[in-house]
Design a protein around this ligand. Structure first.
Ligand SMILES: Cc1ncc(COP(=O)(O)O)c(C=O)c1O
Length: 374
């Protein structure tokens, strides 16, 4: 057995020697947080890089979800996907809103627009879809439904950093989109996140909300929260932004290497690149058809783990199965057959800037050998 552990991810780090001069500036100025120089610079650079009109930095990717719901004054019920990280539904719950789960599309693993209308009630005020794995949702179909019923759309775009459709940022879809810059993401600021919005007035409101609601020294305009990003992480983010294109290009190479071999194996499916979409290769999920492959997803997952190849079962278990949510009528398994199947089939294979071709080959050889031994 190879002793070297191959992890599902590894963080993109700026060079330490390049980070130190930034730290020196922060130490000299003693301006550590509250809309400092690096915070302002990163917001400007990110808006340009992502091709979005306005962006507000946050201290993680969960608080912008909570703040977006607050800013849009969402109440009642919000339609969302169970096939995501728990933060999506938690943000709805934290606002005292009832999440309503709708099943996903078997091809994209995103909210299935054809099932949304049946879940709309007189209490529905918004839809919160997720571009899971950075795969674009059917934004047009979702917007058409939202317009028809007068609903807001807040995208959890935590996985969709830099994703474009026909040259346009996916982050400009809906009313607002959130990002996560957690260490595990394509682009990270250690912990961090952002909210993307369309107009200056909304940005202003969000900037107040993430700073306790302060609009001036003594004026509070809303019951805000503390969700600001500090100067150290903003500086780190400025440096990581310079290398994110290289990181995405490297990830594409890994994805292509995986696909070339996995295509030959019966019972494994994965995402191909879509025409007109600039992907970010945030994850490399594979889906195991146990009958065709000859092993269940869990058998493969644990057999890989035994050989020091550590995948992750994102997104298993489904959010709708957690104790807080499982008694909701929309969490009934009969309502979510596709999401249940996908959650039971998925393994995300290792994907990061640190992986070399030999590592990827080792993962592939292992999957092939386990498949032969079945
Ligand atoms: C889909 C999704 N939404 C929200 C979050 C929350 O982001 P954070 O961990 O930065 O709070 C994450 C990630 O971790 C995520 O994967």
């Amino acid at each position: 057995m190879d002793d070297k552990k191959i992890f599902v991810t590894s963080p993109l780090l700026p060079k330490l020697e390049e980070f130190i001069p930034y730290l020196q500036k922060i130490w000299d100025s003693k301006w550590l947080t509250n809309d400092g120089q690096f915070h302002q610079q990163l917001e400007k650079e990110l808006a340009e890089y992502l091709g979005v009109p306005y962006i507000s930095l946050f201290t993680n990717g969960t608080l912008p979800l909570i703040a977006a719901l607050q800013a849009e004054r969402i109440v009642g019920e919000v339609i969302t996907t169970p096939y995501s990280f728990v933060a999506t539904t938690h943000s709805i719950w934290w606002n005292g809103i009832k999440p309503v789960f709708v099943d996903i599309d078997p091809v994209t693993c995103n909210l299935d627009p054809s099932k949304i209308e049946a879940a709309i009630t007189s209490k529905t005020t918004a839809i919160m879809p997720v571009h899971v794995y950075g795969q674009p949702c059917d934004t047009k179909a979702i917007q058409d439904i939202a317009d028809k019923y007068g609903l807001k759309v807040i995208y959890d775009a935590a996985h969709a950093f830099g994703v474009k459709v026909n040259g346009e940022s996916i982050l400009t879809s809906g009313d607002m989109s959130t990002l996560s810059f957690h260490a595990t993401k394509v682009y990270n600021t250690i912990e961090g996140g952002a909210l993307v919005m369309k107009d200056e007035k909304t940005k202003q409101r969000i900037d107040y909300l993430k700073n306790f609601g302060f609009s001036g020294e003594t004026t509070i305009v809303a019951p805000g929260i503390n969700a600001k990003m500090d100067e150290v992480r903003a500086a780190y983010g400025i440096l990581n932004l310079k290398q994110v294109d290289d990181a995405i290009a490297w990830r594409k190479k890994i994805a292509d290497q995986y696909r070339d071999t996995l295509r030959e194996i019966d019972g494994i499916t994965f995402f191909e690149d879509l025409e007109g979409v600039s992907h970010n290769y945030a994850y490399f999920p594979i889906f195991i058809d146990a009958e065709k492959f000859g092993m269940t997803r869990d058998e493969l997952y644990f057999a890989m783990k035994e050989q020091n190849v550590i995948g992750r079962r994102y997104f298993y278990p489904l959010i709708s199965t957690f104790s807080t949510y499982r008694t909701l009528p929309s969490a009934a398994p009969g309502n979510l057959p596709v999401a249940i199947r996908k959650a039971n089939e998925v393994i995300c294979l290792p994907m990061s800037m640190d992986l070399i071709q030999e590592d990827v080959q080792r993962v592939l050889d292992l999957i092939k050998s386990l498949n032969i031994r079945k």
